[in-house]
Design a protein around this ligand. Sequence first.
Ligand code: SOE
Length: 396
Amino acid sequence: MTPAQPLRVGMVGYAFMGAAHSHAWRTAPRFFDLPLQPRLTAVAGRNADAARAAADKLGWDSVETDWRRLIERDDIDLIDICTPGDTHAEIAIAALKAGKHVLCEKPLANSVEEAERMTLAAETAAKQGVMSMCGFSYRRTPALALAKRFVEQGRLGEIRHVRAQYLQDWLSDANAPMTWRLDKSKSGSGSLGDIGAHSIDAAQWVTGQSITGVSALLETFVPERPLAGDLVGLGGHGDLSGDAPRGKVTVDDAAIFSAKFDGGAGAGAIGVFEATRYALGRKNAMRLELNGTKGSLAFDFEDMNVLSFYDAAESPDAGFRKIFVTEPEHPYVGNWWPTGHGLGYEHGFTHQVVDLVTAIGEGRQPEPSFADALQVQRVLAAVEASAANSSQWQKV
Ligand code: SOE
């Protein structure tokens, strides 16, 4: 067999998402047959010593202190963007113009205007075979991929209700420090864009329906937090003293909204969404429940190897059935452990690399495309506009 051609990756950023992506780039070719062989060629970060240390720890061959150098290099085929949202548009557009494929973390951008420019650049580049994808990694959780398969098989019938929650609690402590995720100029929005965007993408993807309008409420519970310098990671457990200088939180802490979906021919589900980092005791409860005319299904990332399914054709007292999504016939699972052993958070990122590299190798547009992520961005903007206008109904 001829060895696969290399796909030489240059990654920008190396914190939490950078670590998850590094693991995925390394692991994907070890468990899946890929048409191209990923190489961890270079990582970029502004602080040379920290970037060198991250490269050594995460397994990258070289270091750059300016992302522009990655784009100039002839030995890089793909740029992986793992930085805060304020940098996405500039890096992605420059990379696509230079003929590099792009993987960009979610949410795609900090505004619809940026996301539109990125989508235009992506569509232009795709005509030359240069591909791009947005990292809504939960699509690659086997139980959620199985949920989509059930919907496509018609096992739920017509979908009437969508119930989507993303509940975390890492900001509950009012003395947890400021980080870039709480600064609108860097992150675009708070819980809404950081975790609500995942719910919006998953709900639209699993149902196959787009959100057409919303009515929303946003809340910031803790308006100021202790400043902690260049803190990396979530920073939720920083125990800074009450006297530390404080900075202004400029994003939402929690978002709730109702939504209408377009199911074609006037039909379409109605949905309720909730995203918060203040749900004490809920750690990463990314939940999706659908009720259709023939059945219902429910998923909770805190029990991520399970999909609950209710089939109305069975005896009414049969109740929800727990499907352990750990079997070879389930999406992605067959490439891992023998029956029944289960997967974790990191596997979603690995499957994301598998799907991206496979699509690039086959010359296909990977999903979610920048255009798909632009639709999510439009929903985020509509939620903010509605909340700013006393929850008035806002078309997407
Ligand atoms: C923090 O809220 C966060 O790490 C998000 O940024 C990720 O996208 C999500 O996967 C887990 O939570």
